[in-house]
Design a protein around this ligand. Structure first.
Ligand code: HPA
Length: 276
């Protein structure tokens, strides 16, 4: 039997997901992907009403990195409901661009219209400080791949040459700044990892226009825009990128800074989701 295309597979996952969460398709207006160390945002987000282990759904792969859970939660934010992907699959785990974007297609198939992508990053812009959240205004895809590479998507979804002129929704950025006026915007360069960048690579990213470097988000954003989901990206700068400060990079520090700072972003996200 021929393998299912990724969109049909996501449809299967979404049907089971909505059933398990006890919700109809479209009940969750938004999906939220929580990045490394963002777990503390959860307590501020709202009331959890249901959860499912992601890898029990068709097409989801169990993650391997410490600090990345694998649950999908249904959270009532007060005026809305959000589907929260706790943890994500990364390219550096050896998976493909299609694999790491299964959650995005599942959120779309489950009826979400907005996807909020969060991550941890290294600050390239010297004005940034560890612990600072930054709205992603645009990205540079340094992974060398695309979630749209491979067999052509089903005809009814349209051609895969998707426009990325406004990959990260201006409307959602403005809405977020109404709630948190001090937030700045920056460009996120997504590398494959899992190694951190060399100082020379960080310098290259800076020259290309990046304010932050990280190992996720860019492929999810592309997959989401193909499906016409509106994307909000928020990056928590957990450290200064290699060579920007004298400090060496340590994964435990990255998680710890995320833990300390993500509570505030949880409150901001609650406000944004309620106003969608
Ligand atoms: N580089 C890449 N990814 C990261 C970093 C970094 O400095 N910090 C947190 N995630």
């Amino acid at each position: 039997m021929a393998e299912k295309n990724p969109y049909d597979l996501a449809g299967d996952a979404a049907t089971q997901l909505n059933e398990t969460l006890g919700e109809k398709a479209g009940a969750h207006k938004a999906a939220l992907v929580l990045g490394s160390g963002w777990a503390n945002a959860l307590s501020e987000l709202g009331e959890q009403t249901a959860e499912v282990e992601a890898h029990t759904l068709p097409g989801f792969i169990a993650p391997t990195v410490a600090g990345h859970g694998s649950k999908i939660l249904s959270i009532d934010t007060g005026d809305n409901k959000v589907m929260v992907f706790q943890g994500r699959t990364h390219l550096y785990e050896g998976h493909s661009g299609v694999d790491v974007t299964h959650g995005v297609r599942t959120a779309w198939a489950a009826g979400c219209e907005v996807i909020i992508l969060t991550n941890a990053s290294g600050g390239v812009n010297p004005d940034y400080e560890p612990g600072q959240p930054v709205l992603i205004s645009d990205h540079i895809n340094m992974t060398g791949t695309s979630p749209l590479a491979g067999p052509a998507p089903p005809k009814e979804l349209g051609i895969r040459f998707v426009d990325l002129s406004e990959a990260y929704s201006k409307r959602l950025r403005e809405l977020t700044k109404e709630i948190a006026p001090d937030l700045t915007e920056g460009v996120y360069a997504g590398f494959m990892g899992p190694h951190y960048e060399t100082p020379a690579e960080v310098q290259m990213a800076k020259t290309m226009g990046a304010d932050m470097v990280g190992m996720s988000t860019v492929l999810e954003c592309i997959a989401a825009r193909y499906l016409k989901l509106e994307v909000l990206g928020i990056s928590l700068v957990t450290n200064m990128a290699a060579g920007v400060s004298d400090e060496l990079l340590d994964h435990e520090d990255v998680l710890a800074v995320g833990k300390q700072s993500s509570k505030r972003v949880g409150t901001i996200l609650n406000g944004v989701i309620n106003r969608l």
